[in-house]
Write a protein that binds this ligand. Structure first.
Ligand code: GLP
Length: 262
């Protein structure tokens, strides 16, 4: 794992966007794993501004609420259209979001796994992190071998996402269809972006804490090609800061990513 700490949100987002764009330029038919949440809104805005073409890409979103129609403004399908798909060159038929409105959720989950396998797996998986330590909607005690399935959301997560549902956690759906931790770990590369002081404690647990299903995000420690990108505020509880900065300053891979203000 590499931890890259940037001076502020804009620089953290910039680095993630540069990385995604460079992967798509190297491999135009990249299969992307996409995430939702407020943190990602900035990433998608910059990706749109970059002008990169997703024409040959396939995309797979991590998760979707159960019980919302596709067209519901709070569905993650709507989120992706509003924040990315409607503004870039992309074939909508190649964009996939778990079907949280399916009558048979077990089948929808199996079908989603098959689609990912048919695409040859995910090349680059983008991740956010929830206060409950989730990646996707893998709440505490999600098995590290879990695959796409439906999952009950924690009160912490429903409170975190209440803003999008009129500020009332009771309006947030109780369940979601989410890629499993095992599904996520199968991606060739993981990039987790976390910003803001409110994420500092959970970032430290995920990156440096014990690997435990109580913090699903700690599973990323087992991934051979994982980058965690934060701003200063989200990095304040990390113990190994000095070493992470040294690696970022010296690894040839990051040459084009170190900006003048660095
Ligand atoms: C939702 C998503 C997660 C994401 C999280 C972060 O819960 N299901 O995949 O990591 O939001 O949200 P935010 O960026 O708003 O903090």
């Amino acid at each position: 794992m590499e931890v890259i700490i940037r001076p502020n949100i804009d620089h953290a987002v910039d680095l993630v966007v540069k990385l995604i764009v460079s992967r798509i330029k190297e491999k135009p038919d990249t299969t992307l794993g996409l995430a939702t949440g407020r943190t990602m809104e900035r990433v998608y805005a910059r990706l749109i501004a970059s002008g990169v073409s997703f024409a040959q890409c396939q995309t797979f979103n991590l998760d979707e609420y159960i019980g919302l129609r596709h067209a519901d403004p709070n569905s993650y399908r709507s989120y992706m259209k509003a924040h990315l798909f409607d503004h870039v060159e992309i074939n909508l038929a190649n964009t996939h979001v778990p079907d949280g409105s399916a009558a048979d959720l077990k089948k929808a989950a199996r079908d989603y796994e098959s689609l990912i396998a048919d695409a040859g797996g995910i090349d680059l998986q983008l991740l956010g992190i929830g206060y409950a330590g989730h990646i996707g909607f893998n709440e505490p005690l999600s098995s590290f071998k879990s695959r796409t399935r439906d999952k009950a959301l924690t009160p912490t997560t429903r409170a975190q996402n209440a803003e999008m549902f009129g500020g009332d956690a009771d309006n947030v759906p109780k369940r979601a269809l989410t890629m499993g931790v095992g599904t996520i770990l199968d991606a060739s590369e993981l990039v987790l972006l976390a910003t803001g002081a409110a994420k500092a404690a959970i970032v430290a647990k995920a990156v440096e804490g014990p690997i435990t299903s109580m913090v699903s995000a700690s599973a990323i420690q087992m991934h051979p090609n994982c980058k965690v990108v934060t701003d200063e505020a989200a990095a304040t509880e990390l113990q190994g800061r000095e070493y992470y900065d040294f690696v970022f300053e010296n690894e040839p891979e990051w040459k084009g990513f170190r900006c003048a203000e660095n």
